[in-house]
Design a protein around this ligand. Structure first.
Ligand code: SF4
Ligand code: SF4
Length: 503
């Protein structure tokens, strides 16, 4: 029995200005022309990068496998359109650093010709394992931004006998409304995806099996989406659609789980260990397309918004589309663009230029003007404790920042740096404009870099020790062999001397 009626709780958070009206009322645009070239990174997900199975010069069809997943935590990538493979090489990644990442370049042929797909009449006759296998083969990852391979989560749900599947329809980041429109326009397909996920999580262990219910949680600033989803879920007793308060970051997994179920995910644990798993509405839609239509994940709805955008919209875009092409389509003024952000303004990444591709994590691309950016005129801390009261992770941002400033990273880690989710609430609320979250992002990167360096030096030391031990062993063996040789020679000479004496 779901317990979300009993203990609703929300820790910290802010009421951020929404900036959604420009795009929330517009239907999803499906007329974006397929670009002449698509730049498809092999790492669009958590885990190992995919490994190419195609050759430069090869002709490929839409939906064809381009690179297979490597290992348990990985995801394959497919051709978003038909055409010729132009290159497999390093190209700038859609990341603040724009560092190079291995990428497949596809020159499209304008035909958008599909590979043969497999349509299943009744997917509920498939084994649950078969559902997650097909979801994995379709390259589906968490489309809320986490990009964790969905099939792995379904498997964990099955193995851990999860009883609650939460479908995250909160979309709490300002500006973004791709999920809102998806729920309004494709509610039946999303609910079908939810049912397929429930089936994919069914355990065949008759003794420990639990019945799993789904809760679709939608912030109350999306009334049309709520009505559409509730109507679509109405015939299905195992799926409930609820409204939750609009407050950022309601979409953070742990926050939403706490609110919906009253359960706390212990630090260092996965939610499936406490019987809950969580997926995004876009992911459920992708599951529907993969299982019902045999279509892998090739693109997504992206919100293009911000003060510099003349035609803001939610638009369906193939992966690998350069932001420059998207901006041309939406008539973005480069003169007015002060910052380009992938994702939302709170947790998204600032990008250095528009020559970067959209990927599976791209929920939005924002072109913000100077007036939309937070004042950067930093003032001394007035110790108002505002940052402490809004932190959803229960941290003391002020103290962590003070330690980071004097390079005391270990002290910042002791204060909970690793639990910081970079939600930006502290920076948002700070009256002194202190860029707290920037400190935490920098420090987290430093901590990871130091750990990697330490790990590398330990590994190097282990290798050197092993080599020294091997050399010592060889030298000892050689010494022993030499001694044995000398002893044998001495024995031979002794025997010879004895024989000569007898003669
Ligand atoms: S919100 Fe800003 S001014 Fe207030 S205590 Fe935190 S860091 Fe200091
Ligand atoms: S960015 Fe980190 S420290 Fe700041 S409010 Fe969010 S979780 Fe807390």
């Amino acid at each position: 029995m779901l317990s979300f009626f009993k203990k609703p709780r929300f820790r910290g958070g802010v009421h951020a200005q929404e900036h959604k009206t420009a795009t929330a009322a517009l239907p999803i645009a499906t007329n974006f022309p397929v670009p002449k070239k698509l730049y498809i990174p092999l790492q669009q997900h958590v885990g190992k990068p995919a490994e190419p199975v195609i050759m430069v010069g090869e002709k490929v069809l839409k939906g064809q496998l381009l690179a297979y997943s490597q290992g348990l935590i990985s995801a394959p990538v497919h051709a978003p359109s038909s055409g010729i493979i132009l290159d497999v090489n390093d190209y700038p990644a859609p990341h603040p650093s724009a560092l190079p990442i291995r990428t497949i370049v596809l020159e499209t042929d304008g035909k958008d010709e599909w590979i043969e797909t497999q349509v299943i009449d009744d997917p509920f006759k498939l084994n649950p394992e078969e559902i997650s296998f097909r979801v994995g083969a379709a390259g589906i990852v968490g489309l809320g931004g986490a990009t964790f391979p969905t099939a792995v989560k379904l498997n964990m749900g099955r193995e851990n006998h999860v009883d609650t599947l939460i479908i995250n329809g909160s979309e709490c980041e300002p500006y973004l409304c791709c999920d809102d429109r998806l729920m309004q326009e494709r509610a039946v397909e999303i609910i079908d995806g939810v049912r397929l996920m429930l089936h994919g999580m069914e355990s065949r262990d008759a003794i420990n099996r639990v019945s799993t219910n789904a809760v679709v949680a939608i912030e109350d600033n999306k009334p049309q989406a709520f009505l559409a989803m509730r109507a679509a879920a109405e015939p299905h007793a195992s799926i409930k659609v609820i409204q939750i308060p609009t407050r950022y970051p309601m979409g953070w997994d742990r926050q939403l789980i706490r609110y919906v179920t009253g359960k706390e995910v212990p630090v260092g644990c996965r939610s499936s260990e406490i019987g809950v798993t969580i997926h995004n509405v876009g992911t459920a839609y992708a599951v529907h397309k993969a299982i019902r239509l045999g279509q892998p994940l090739l693109g997504r709805v992206v919100t293009v918004a911000g003060g510099a955008v003349k035609r803001p919209m939610n638009v369906e875009v193939p992966f690998g589309t350069l932001i420059s092409e998207l901006f041309d389509f939406c008539e973005v003024s480069s003169d007015q663009t002060a910052r380009i952000i992938m994702g939302g303004p709170m947790m998204g990444d600032s990008l250095p230029h528009v020559g970067l591709p959209t990927v599976k994590a791209t929920s939005g691309i924002l072109a913000l003007t100077q007036s939309e950016l937070k004042n950067t005129d930093e003032q001394p801390c007035i110790r108002c404790a505002g940052c402490v009261s809004v932190c959803p992770a229960g941290l003391r941002p002020l103290d962590m920042a003070n330690n980071i400033r004097i390079n005391q990273l270990d002290a910042a880690v002791d204060l909970g740096l690793k639990d910081c989710i970079s939600c930006g609430c502290c920076s948002y609320i700070c009256p002194s404009n202190i860029p707290l979250v920037q400190y935490f992002k920098y420090a987290s990167g430093e901590v990871i870099a130091r750990q990697q360096a330490q790990h590398k030096s330990e590994q190097t030391k282990r290798l050197i020790d092993a080599r020294n031990a091997r050399m010592e062993r060889i030298a000892r063996q050689q010494r022993e062999e030499e001694l044995a040789r000398i002893a044998a020679k001495a024995e031979r000479e002794r025997l010879k001397a004895e024989q000569e004496a007898l003669v």
